[in-house]
Write a protein of this length. Structure first.
Length: 364
């Protein structure tokens, strides 16, 4: 699904502190092979959906490079068979604490007033250029992680291009992107691409059980399915009550072609109540995700695995009432209305009721 709306900070290990990487052995092996070839590309664009381990992999590789390679040999001696460093390793500890002189991390951060910035400004990109043109403090690589490059404004991206076009020796840029299609073609052309796929559902479930052991097994399974391969989404949805929103949404849809007006009013109030808009965005994105799954299931002739019991039957029943083309038109209209509501600050409850009125009319 689309990423969950922003939520209170989730208490998990930050990527720079995380010694564990799950689900991306091929990507890890590709980085290891490139390093051992002694022809390591100076810039990597690590891209894929949010919350699947891109930053964790970037820090894992940065530690490995700054350590001069892994301290652990392979299974039968000789070359290492992965990028892992022990958490007790000095380089690991210094990277985790932000105290390694040859590593720079660029993120949005906060402004002088303590508020989260909306973009990564040009000054930060210029600092990257300055940092990489200096001599290494420890005689080895200098590494920069940009997390994510999507947050750089146009001026910052153009400033970063200077170092991508004429990189000094022994520099490594690890650029993380959630939406690579939006980046400049010149960024793409000057980077080695490393796409990461969503995690397997079992991997998300395993991570959920690790980070949220208090979750009921059925709830953890539903969150893992709802998150579609992103442990970040799963944790965020749990933090903001996304599964409860989804169940309320399914309860409303189950009454179609005749909506329960009282429940619709209550659902509209629930989505509109949050002044920051996080609940509204999550609820609307869950609806759009559900409609897309139903349409895709209808096109394939097989309903997707349910998040909640009875979901497949609801989809099949609604698809029987109208052809796929009309459902696709509804998805487009709902998406447009949602985007307009977010941009123009429309009345959220009115948007919710309008969307469900369209759905009711279609199924009548």
């Amino acid at each position: 699904m689309a990423r969950a709306a922003s939520a209170p900070e989730i208490e998990t290990l930050a990527p720079r502190e995380n010694a564990e990487l799950i689900g991306h052995p091929a990507a890890e092996q590709r980085l290891l092979t490139a390093y051992e070839s002694e022809r390591l590309p100076h810039a990597w664009l690590i891209h894929g959906p949010r919350g699947i381990g891109k930053a964790t992999l970037a820090f894992r590789f940065a530690r490995f490079v700054l350590n001069g390679g892994s301290s652990a040999p392979g299974l039968f001696g000789g070359a290492p068979d992965g990028l892992s460093l022990d958490a007790a390793n000095e380089v690991f500890r210094r990277v985790a604490s932000g105290g390694h002189g040859d590593l720079m991390t660029v993120e949005r951060g906060v402004d002088p007033k303590g508020k989260m910035r909306s973009v990564i400004p040009v000054e930060d990109a210029r600092n990257v250029v300055s940092f990489l043109r200096k001599t290494s403090t420890e005689g080895g690589w200098r590494v920069v992680i940009v997390d994510p490059i999507d947050d750089m404004n146009v001026s910052a991206t153009n400033a970063l291009l200077k170092i991508l076009e004429e990189p000094p020796n022994d520099v490594l840029l690890l650029l993380i992107s959630h939406q690579p299609a939006r980046l400049l073609p010149t960024i793409h052309s000057r980077c080695c691409h490393l796409p990461l796929a969503p995690l397997a559902e079992d991997s998300v479930l395993s991570l959920l059980q690790q980070h949220r052991p208090e979750l009921d097994p059925a709830e953890a399974q539903a969150l893992a399915r709802l998150a579609e391969g992103s442990i970040g989404n799963a944790l965020q949805l749990h933090a903001i009550g996304g599964l409860e929103l989804y169940k309320a949404l399914m309860d409303l849809i189950s009454h179609l072609p005749r909506l329960d007006v009282v429940k619709l009013q209550a659902f509209g109030d629930q989505l509109a109540r949050d002044s920051g808009g996080e609940t509204f965005r999550t609820g609307m994105e869950l609806l759009l995700w559900w409609l897309a799954r139903m349409i895709n299931g209808g096109a394939r002739g097989q309903m997707p695995a349910p998040v909640v019991e009875g979901e497949g039957e609801i989809m099949a029943r609604l698809l029987d009432r109208r052809p796929l083309a009309q459902w696709l038109t509804l998805w487009d209209k709902t998406s447009a209305l949602y985007n307009a509501a977010d941009r123009a600050n429309l009345d959220r409850k009115h948007v919710v009721i309008s969307v469900f009125s369209e759905i009711e009319a279609l199924t009548a």
